[in-house]
Design a protein around this ligand. Structure first.
Ligand SMILES: [Zn+2]
Length: 406
């Protein structure tokens, strides 16, 4: 039985520089509420990314730009749903038609049959029955050990890359960074990437180089990068894409010049438009890679159906509460363990640290003992209709969803 925990993981201090603000966020999310904190946390998504040559790009460690009121998430979904003029489609989990007894038996006897489950928030969640992104033509792994997602995340990522390569068969590989750890949960240095729905991946550059490298007007392959982003928006259930404003400007200019519908472009880009809820949003640290968040509708809906049975049968460990700590010069794991009253091993586990060396400015998740033990009640997600360009929405054929099966 895989060991994992469903977090009521309150990130008390998503950014150490503004404890009051993050504490307010923490207080605003009672266990069981909808995932209202993902955007706030996403803006703090750090970008200490290992490149293929072993170097790290320490960009912005913390960014509150775009941080919204925690209650915004509900409005978000309804606005997105109406923006496309279509009603949101409730995702149908294969578990929906099963009885409680059926699900209890599956948890006990054949947990793999539940399919991928994205449990909880992207900044405080877990992944159950995750799928590792395979090797494949068109992409290259940077850290395959942390490239686990829901079945839908993997399927949709592959689909968007393949769509790009159908259009441009001679494309170089994209470089794939973190998705999630095998069972989700905290994945240093990110705040999100916890529930199998977040993906970090390179842009197409000319020439393409292994790892993540800053995209500029000189090296950004606009044609392929836009084809990829376009496929994500039109062919997958994408929740948002984080792209630095400077890169957005280049892609937007290219998209318009290549004949895309200006009103649609306004809807999807944050840069240069007034869309209240663009899909492509700016967050610092995303000039050298883009961050994709998928809805994974089935994995979320199945998680909402199954999680209490997982908890009941002890598959769910007591929740762990984390705080974020920015390492200062001279601090060691031993000093931090003593200060927070936890073990060195617990800090290592929470941050996927193999050794004891920690660099100054690194952000660590510090587990706090004694957090609430009740698993939160998960609600089925509300998935807005895809925002398609006019010629595609006219035909309005609903895109086929991937199966939820393993
Ligand atoms: Zn990311």
């Amino acid at each position: 039985m895989p060991r994992w925990s469903l977090g009521i993981v309150l990130l008390l201090g998503a950014c150490a520089t503004s404890p009051a603000r993050t504490a307010r966020h923490g207080a605003g999310h009672p266990p069981g509420g909808p995932d209202t904190s993902s955007r706030a946390a996403e803006s703090a998504d750090t970008s200490l990314h290992a490149t293929a040559d072993g170097q790290t790009d320490d960009l912005e460690a913390c960014d509150h730009e775009g941080e919204d009121d925690p209650d915004d998430e509900v409005d978000d979904t309804s606005e997105q749903a109406s923006a496309g003029g279509a009603r949101a489609q409730p995702p149908v989990s294969p578990l929906a038609a099963l009885t409680d007894a059926d699900i209890e038996r599956m948890v006990r006897e054949d947990p793999a049959s539940l399919g991928s489950l994205s449990l909880g928030a992207t900044n405080a969640g877990r992944l159950f029955n995750g799928v590792q992104m395979p090797e494949g033509e068109g992409w290259s792994h940077i850290s395959p050990a942390f490239a686990w997602g829901t079945q839908e995340t993997v399927d949709y990522l592959v689909r968007a890359i393949r769509a790009t390569r159908r259009k441009h068969p001679d494309s170089p590989p994209l470089y794939l960074g973190h998705i999630s750890a095998k069972h989700g949960g905290p994945l240093s240095p990110h705040v999100s990437h916890q529930a199998g729905r977040d993906v970090d991946i390179s842009y197409y550059l000319t020439p393409q180089k292994p790892g993540f490298h800053r995209a500029t007007a000189q090296n950004l392959d606009r044609e392929r990068s836009w084809a990829f982003v376009r496929a994500l928006i039109t062919e997958t259930d994408v929740e948002m894409i984080l792209i630095d404003s400077g890169v957005q400007r280049l892609l937007r200019e290219y998209a318009l010049a290549s004949g895309e519908d200006p009103a649609w472009i306004d809807q999807v880009f944050q840069y240069g438009s007034r869309s209240p809820r663009p899909i492509i949003r700016h967050a610092r640290g995303h000039a050298n890679h883009l961050h994709i968040r998928f809805f994974s509708p089935i994995a979320q809906a199945s998680a909402a159906r199954a999680h209490r049975f997982l908890a009941k049968q002890g598959v769910v460990q007591p929740a762990v509460k984390y705080i974020r700590h920015v390492v200062k010069n001279g601090q060691t794991l031993g000093i931090l363990a003593k200060r927070y009253g936890v073990t060195v091993e617990a800090i290592q586990r929470a941050n996927n640290l193999k050794g004891t060396f920690i660099k100054a400015k690194r952000i660590l998740n510090i587990p706090r003992p004694g957090a609430a033990a009740e698993p939160p009640a998960l609600r089925p997600p509300v998935i807005p209709a895809r925002r398609l360009p006019p010629e595609q929405s006219a035909s309005s054929a609903p895109a086929r969803r991937p199966s939820a099966g393993g």
